[in-house]
Design a protein around this ligand. Structure first.
Ligand code: KG4
Ligand code: ZN
Length: 341
């Protein structure tokens, strides 16, 4: 393999990730998750996540260097998630990356976590065709992005006006008494359910909404509709058919996500859709998007599920693209930005 040898460090939420790439080739991707510490709270506790990053970082780094079989002294650069994410968690990663860069005498690159989710597929399927349209669906974000150049030109064309798709999965899981994180659990429960059992609302798809919010999303009304439906069942003294609710909820989410993504791809005249973010691991989203894209003559690219959720390889991949594009390092002055756009 050829290209810059880059180490990527990710710590924006509850995963401590260290990835190593050479150009478009993945050499190592070690992830330590603190999810078990957060389960009983039903969501990530920022202070707990920060402390977990502190203790996981060095062992994860050592494992990654070991797996890749490289000497850190041979690195061409160090990339780190600068944001968006939890402030304390980001600070641990950025400070550690600075220390490592200073010690090894290597250039340091601050990377946008969201760009990482979009870029990571190049490690699985090669250089990204551009222009392309990315559907980024994670726990904190749901966006449609027009990608002209992964290192230099990405434009947001749509976003959620309330909850993110992953957030909706996590909240509905809680309503159904399922564990955190809700995405994988609902995905599994839905396999046994009927997606047409309950007709849940499709946010921002009415004619008057489309005028102003053609490429935007809304999932908070859907979450409330599920909560009301479940509450009514309980008031009526009836069992809650968890698989049917999960499948019907998932169908509502995936229906809107895929319909708007295809519409945007056609509007912008692109022939490739890039799927990224934790929710991209969802089985129904993947099948429905591929079905509808095929009908529209559009290609879909999606990384393997392990690269969809937070990891360091996606940050390293962006670092390598930034170096390839000839952009200057961020330098030691970088800091964490929890609200990085
Ligand atoms: O990208 P990610 O790992 O972290 C953020 O940057 O937010 O995404 C985490 C989100 C969680 O909300 C989780 O429930 C969701 O991705 N998720 C899924 C699946 N696997 C993870 N959602 C639906 N189906 C899945 N299979
Ligand atoms: Zn993420």
């Amino acid at each position: 393999p050829s290209g810059p040898l880059v180490l990527g460090l990710e710590s924006s939420c509850d995963e401590t990730g260290v990835g190593i790439v050479r150009g478009h080739t993945l050499l190592a991707n070690e992830v330590a998750s603190s999810v078990d510490l957060h389960v009983r709270f039903g969501g990530v506790v920022p202070e707990v996540a920060s402390r977990a990053h502190l203790s996981a970082l060095i062992p994860t780094l050592e494992r990654a260097a070991d797996t890749a079989g490289i000497d850190l002294a041979d690195l061409d650069g160090i990339a780190v998630t600068a944001g968006p994410g939890l402030m304390g968690a980001l600070v641990v990663g950025v400070a550690s990356a600075k220390a490592l860069a200073a010690y090894l005498g290597k250039p340091l690159y601050g990377v946008n976590h969201l760009v990482g989710h979009v870029a990571v597929d190049l490690l699985d399927h090669g250089p990204l065709p551009t222009p392309s349209l990315a559907l980024l669906v994670s726990g904190g974000h749901t966006q449609l992005l027009h990608v002209e150049d992964i290192a230099t030109k990405i434009t947001e064309v749509g976003t959620t006006i309330d909850d993110a798709a992953g957030e909706a999965y996590d909240k509905v899981a809680r309503i159904l008494g399922l564990s955190y994180p809700g995405g994988p659990v609902i995905d599994r429960a839905a396999q046994e359910g009927d997606p047409t059992a309950i007709r849940f609302p499709r946010g921002l798809t009415a004619r008057h909404d489309l005028e102003k919010h053609r490429f935007d999303f809304s999932f908070s009304g859907l979450k409330t509709a599920v909560a009301r439906w479940v509450e009514q069942r309980r008031l009526d003294g009836l069992d809650v058919p968890v698989p049917d609710v999960a499948a019907s909820f998932q169908e509502a989410v995936c229906d809107v996500l895929t319909a708007k993504t295809i519409d945007a791809a056609q509007h912008y005249g692109v022939d490739t859709i890039l799927l990224g973010g934790g929710v991209a691991a969802n089985s129904r989203l993947r099948t429905l998007l591929e079905q509808r894209a095929t009908d529209a003559g559009i290609a879909v690219r999606r990384p393997r599920p392990a690269l969809c959720t937070d990891n360091g390889a996606m940050i390293a991949a962006v670092g390598a693209e930034v170096i390839r594009a000839g952009l200057p390092p961020s330098g030691m002055g970088i800091s964490a930005h929890s609200g990085l756009p």
